[in-house]
Design a protein around this ligand. Structure first.
Ligand code: IMP
Ligand code: MG
Length: 387
């Protein structure tokens, strides 16, 4: 039975793989004749690489014994992990140049920090040693290096102390905070090992058109909407206003705001901002909004698990900044097919990591332990390719 189940699942994966390949062949001239995949899944985003789904299924089946289950069909998590494996297999053909990571839930547990003992640390060092650039693209928005050092000291201290990384490899780590608002580069000589990079050195051409008054006006509207939600739903929450974000956090750290209330808040705020003529509606594409002289401001309203935040820009901008930064320092163009973003938020309201899907390949993990497994898979495949 297990053998037969394995054969049939593999066959299905092969069919989907072929459907994606057909879609890739047409994705640039779809107006003429949409692909079968486009008809079945109208919301499917761009594919930067092929996805070897059959091979990925075989790999995950060995690990999770999916075919040996008699009563429980392949689940959402099985499929998510198969897709991750396929994506990792696709980028380790030599294309991978930049790996970007979300912070909370991806590198460390929600609200925690990256400690020196974390198993993620040696694996990130290994990536740097292999010449891969790393961006930590987190929504956590702080204006100063000390706050990022607090969250990431395990990694920063390990890089500083490493005798295996050469100085140029150590330079290959940046922190992109507040989704796309604050850039810090690793620097041995800077306090807290992070040097703040002024915006004029990294803003993309489109981002230079985001006016400060429009940003402040958008955050004012968002703050008003958040206050209304707190009042209307009687949430045990406090408003936090920053220069590039506004959010609600529990008024007492021991209280959890109900998931449903957080989701409702995200949807309300998103709607109000879209209707306000200040924010970019979720449905409009990035380029159409950014080419006009005084564009609307892209924002990301999301449920962070325990809080809701509205940030200026989103991780698609944050990852783009990392691509441009390393393209200019390394001299080679880093595109979507050379980039892998690893994150946990792909489904909850606002899903901030999902935004990165439009500019690079992605892997969707559910815990720091899964990030470790993914990095091991990545390292194995890169090693195999080398040998
Ligand atoms: P991420 O998972 O690394 O993207 O971090 C998301 C979490 O960072 C949120 O759920 C918040 O708890 C926290 N956070 C702290 N400051 C900010 C901010 O300015 N904007 C968004 N999230 C923030
Ligand atoms: Mg996260």
């Amino acid at each position: 039975m297990a053998e037969e189940a394995h054969r049939r699942y593999a066959e299905i994966m092969r069919d989907v793989e072929a459907m994606i390949e057909d879609h890739i062949a047409r994705q640039n001239h779809e107006e003429v004749f949409p692909s079968k995949l486009r008809m079945l899944v109208p919301t499917a985003g761009p594919f930067f690489t092929r996805l070897p789904l059959e091979a990925a299924f075989k790999y995950q089946d060995r690990k999770r014994n999916i075919s040996f289950r008699r009563y429980v069909a392949p689940s959402f998590n099985d499929v998510r992990l198969i897709l991750n494996s396929a994506q990792v297999m696709a980028v380790t053909n030599g294309a991978l140049q930049l790996a970007t990571f979300d912070g909370d839930v991806t590198l460390y547990d929600d609200g925690q920090s990256l400690e020196p003992s974390s198993p993620v640390v040696p694996r990130l060092l290994d990536l740097l040693k292999k010449g891969i650039k790393i961006g930590i693209v987190t929504a956590a928005g702080y204006t100063t290096a000390d706050r990022y050092y607090e969250r990431l000291h395990g990694l920063l201290d390990a890089i500083a102390a490493s005798t295996e990384l050469d100085p140029s490899q150590k330079q290959n780590l940046v922190i992109m905070g507040g989704e796309a608002n604050y850039l810090f580069e690793f620097s041995l000589s800077a306090p807290h090992l992070l040097a703040h990079v002024p915006r004029e050195r990294w803003l993309t051409p489109e981002m230079t058109h985001w006016h400060e008054e429009d940003i402040a006006a958008l955050l004012d509207v968002a703050e008003g909407a958040l206050k209304d939600c707190v009042r209307a739903m009687n949430l045990p929450a406090t408003i936090v206003r920053k220069d590039r974000a506004v959010g609600i956090i529990p008024s007492d750290p021991d209280i959890r705001i109900a998931r449903e209330s957080l989701e409702e808040t995200v949807l309300v705020v998103q709607r109000i901002l879209e209707l306000s003529s200040l924010g970019v509606p979720a449905s409009s594409s990035r380029t159409s909004s950014s080419t006009i002289a005084r564009p609307r401001i892209p924002f990301c309203a999301f449920n962070g698990g325990r809080d809701v935040f509205v940030d200026i820009g989103d991780k698609s901008w944050g990852v783009t900044v990392c691509q441009q930064w390393f393209s200019s320092t390394g001299g080679t163009r880093i595109g979507g097919e050379n980039t892998l973003h690893v994150g946990d938020q792909f489904l909850s309201a606002g899903s901030n990591d999902f935004k990165a899907r439009s500019v690079g390949t992605t892997a969707w993990i559910a815990s720091p332990a899964e990030t470790v497994e993914l990095l091991d898979e990545l390292a194995d495949l890169m090693q195999k390719r080398l040998s």
